[in-house]
Design a protein around this ligand. Structure first.
Ligand SMILES: NC(=O)c1ccc[n+]([C@@H]2O[C@H](COP(=O)([O-])OP(=O)(O)OC[C@H]3O[C@@H](n4cnc5c(N)ncnc54)[C@H](OP(=O)(O)O)[C@@H]3O)[C@@H](O)[C@H]2O)c1
Length: 333
C-alpha cells in the first residue's frame, strides 16, 4: 500500500510503498478516504513530542471504509463507512488517562496511508450528515475540544466563553460546540479575517492577540469570561487570568506559545479560579462528542483539502497558522 512515511527528525513526509498491515484478533482494516492534520503531526516532525520513533506513518484522524475484519469481529462492520477514535487504553479513571494511553500516528502507524489497522472498539459509523472530509476533521480535535469545554470547564448555556486562537482545529470545534450549547462566545486570533469568520459562525465578538490592547478590547466587549479555553499558554496566559470572571474556569490543552513565564497567585485564589489541564478524552467523551455533533447537525470547518502528494504543503500551512479549521489529506483519486 502507499503511505506517507516520516523517516527522521525534520525530514519531509515521503510517499513509500509499505506492507499492508496484518490484522490481529479484534482488529479491522480501514481503507482511508480522508484524514486530517493536527499540530501534533508537526510537533512529531520537529522532534517536539514525547516518545518519538522513526520511521512512522503519521495521522491520528481518519474516515473510510472497513475492508477486512480480523478474527472475532462482528460481520456487521464489513463494508461500513466509519470514523476512527484515535486513542485507546485510557484506563479506568475518567479523570486522567493511564500510562498505557496511546494515540494513532505515534506510537502506532497512523492514517496517512491507504490502509490503517485499528481495534474494532475504535470504530464508529460515519455520522450521516458528514462527508468523509468533514468526518475526518473530527476525531482528535473534536474530542479534545469537547472534554476541555464541557467535561473539564463545565461550560453552560448563557455563560460567557472565550476561545483563544480560533483558527486552530481544536479551538474552532470548541467555539462551534459552545455556540451550539447556547453560550455567549468570544474568540481571539492573530488574524482579523479569522475573527470575522468566527462571528459568521456564531461568535459574539473577538480581539486580535497581536494588538497591544487586546485585553481591554475584550473587556470592553464582554466584561469578563466564565470559561476560557486555551491552547497557547505562553506570555498571554497571564492575561487570561485577568479576563476570567470570579469563579471562572480556564481549561488548557496545549502550549503552542511555550511556557507561561509568570503568574500572579493572588489573582488566582482571590478570584476563586480553576485552572484545568485537559488532554483528548475517554471513549465515553468521544461518543458524547459524536452524539453532540449529530444532535446539533454540526458541520466541521474544512480549511483546505490536500492530495497525497501535497502533504508537506499542508504541514507548512499549519506551521504558519494559516488555516481556519481543519486541513484534510484526501485519498480520493
Ligand atoms: N492535550 C491534547 O489532548 C491536545 C489535543 C490537540 C491539540 N493539542 C495542542 O493544542 C494546540 C493546538 O492544536 P491544534 O491541532 O488545534 O493546532 P492548530 O490547528 O495548528 O492551531 C494552532 C492555533 O494556535 C493559535 N495560536 C498561535 N499562537 C497563539 C497565541 N499567541 N495566542 C493564542 N492563540 C495562538 C493560532 O490561532 P490563530 O490562527 O487564530 O491566530 C493557530 O491557528 C497544539 O499545541 C497542540 O499540540 C493538545
Amino acid at each position: 500500500m502507499k503511505a506517507l512515511v516520516l523517516e527522521g527528525l525534520n525530514k519531509p513526509l515521503i510517499e513509500r510503498e509499505v506492507e499492508k498491515p496484518v490484522l490481529n484478533s479484534g482488529e479491522v482494516l480501514v481503507k482511508i478516504n480522508a484524514s486530517s492534520f493536527n499540530r501534533r503531526d508537526l510537533w512529531i516532525q520537529k522532534g517536539l513530542y514525547a516518545g518519538i520513533k522513526y520511521p512512522i506513518i503519521l495521522g491520528s484522524d481518519g474516515a473510510g471504509l472497513v475492508e477486512e475484519l480480523g478474527q472475532d469481529v462482528d460481520n456487521k462492520w464489513n463494508g461500513m463507512k466509519v470514523i476512527i477514535n484515535p486513542s485507546s487504553h485510557w484506563g479506568d479513571d475518567y479523570r486522567a488517562q493511564s500510562k498505557d494511553f496511546r494515540i494513532l500516528g505515534l506510537p502506532d502507524n497512523g492514517t496517512f496511508a491507504e490502509y490503517v489497522k485499528v481495534p474494532v472498539d475504535n470504530l464508529y459509523p460515519l455520522p450521516g450528515h458528514l462527508s468523509y472530509a468533514e468526518a475526518a476533521s473530527l476525531p482528535l480535535a473534536g474530542v479534545t475540544a469537547f472534554r476541555a469545554l464541557f467535561k473539564r470547564a463545565g461550560a453552560m448555556k448563557g455563560e460567557k466563553v472565550l476561545i483563544s486562537g480560533v483558527g486552530g482545529g481544536v479551538a474552532l470545534f470548541a467555539m462551534q460546540f459552545a455556540v451550539a450549547e447556547g453560550a455567549e462566545v468570544y474568540v481571539t486570533s492573530g488574524n482579523p479575517e479569522k475573527i470575522e469568520k468566527a462571528k459568521f459562525l456564531g461568535a459574539y465578538g473577538g480581539a486580535n492577540y497581536r494588538n497591544s490592547n487586546w485585553v481591554d478590547d475584550l473587556k470592553g466587549q464582554a466584561g469578563g469570561f466564565d470559561v476560557i479555553i486555551d491552547s497557547a499558554g505562553g506570555p498571554g496566559f497571564k492575561q487570561l487570568i485577568e479576563l476570567a470572571n470570579p469563579g471562572g474556569r480556564i481549561a488548557l490543552y496545549g502550549a503552542t506559545n511555550g511556557n507561561v513565564p509568570e503568574l500572579d497567585p493572588r489573582r488566582i485564589y482571590w478570584k476563586q479560579l480553576s485552572i484545568l489541564g485537559s488532554t483528548m478524552g475517554t471513549k465515553a467523551d468521544f461518543e458524547s462528542m459524536i452524539d453532540f455533533v449529530q444532535k446539533h447537525q454540526l458541520l466541521p470547518v474544512v480549511d483546505k483539502v490536500f492530495g497525497f502528494n501535497e502533504a508537506n504543503d499542508a504541514l507548512e500551512r499549519i506551521s504558519k497558522s494559516e488555516q481556519f479549521g481543519k486541513i484534510i489529506l484526501s485519498q480520493e483519486s
